[in-house]
Design a protein around this ligand. Structure first.
Ligand code: 2AL
Length: 239
């Protein structure tokens, strides 16, 4: 089985971290191909960044269809391009935010999300409503860390995120934490050990979900809005 994990931002060091987290959870015999698109923003921290990331991301899905990919993971917490990718992929496409939030619902009645900058909170809030998990989501919290600060040892990102998780547990009444950025994947187990509650990294949740769906023989319905796009000319960067 081949799972293509697409980090829609173009920071390859983060793509390697995400690839390692994906491989750590995948069964032996599952090949993880972790990539970033050829073009797009270095990090995704708002609506504009998400829109700019989508063309390159969808290009990676189109390429994947010729590479024998069985399932895709979109490794950015805004799940950019998820519905569009489901229209063009043969196998399942799993977004890390959807996978993390749904997984949290199996493990606790209430979870809080700890994300990066305040401006990304509204994006996660929209997804809470889209995925129908409002009753389970206690709060979406910003850590005030920019995405690329997660990679900078001088930012002390682990301590900052740990402190926000502790505030979530003390103030929100949550019993699980969802990490609100794919670039936090490498912090997950350390945070879980220290906090003593389930800490869900969307990359691990999405890979586990994708692998399970493929193994069970399930894929995206092609009846309705996830049917392939209608044939028509696409010009320029879209072709
Ligand atoms: C993200 C993410 O997962 N990757 C990225 O570049 N931005 N999401 C976020 N909330 O900061």
């Amino acid at each position: 089985m081949k799972i293509k994990v697409i980090n829609p931002n173009t920071t390859w060091s983060m793509t390697h971290t995400i690839g390692a987290a994906a491989r750590a959870v995948a069964s032996s015999g599952v090949e993880i191909v972790a990539v970033s698109p050829a073009h797009g923003p270095a990090s995704i921290e708002g609506h504009y960044d998400e829109a700019m990331a989508c063309i390159g991301l969808l290009e990676e899905v189109r390429k994947g269809e010729a590479e024998g990919v069985d399932a895709y993971v979109i490794a950015c917490f805004g799940d950019p391009g998820l519905d569009a990718a489901r229209e063009i992929a043969t196998g399942p496409v799993i977004g890390v935010a959807e996978a993390a939030m749904r997984t949290a619902c199996y493990l606790a009645t209430g979870f809080s999300v700890v994300t990066t900058l305040q401006r990304t909170v509204v994006i996660a809030e929209h997804l809470v409503d889209k995925y129908g998990v409002r009753n389970h989501c206690r709060k979406v919290r910003a850590s005030a860390l920019a995405v690329l600060e997660l990679e900078d040892p001088r930012s002390n990102a682990y301590r900052t995120i740990l402190a926000e998780c502790r505030r979530a547990m003390a103030e929100d009444g949550c019993a699980a934490i969802v990490l609100g950025c794919a670039g936090m994947a490498d912090l997950c187990l350390r945070l879980q050990d220290e906090l003593g509650v389930p800490v869900i990294d969307g990359v691990a949740a999405a890979v586990a979900t994708a692998e399970g769906l493929v193994r069970a023989g399930w894929s995206t319905s092609k009846t309705g809005d996830y049917a392939p796009p209608l044939p028509k000319p696409y010009i320029g960067a879209c072709s």
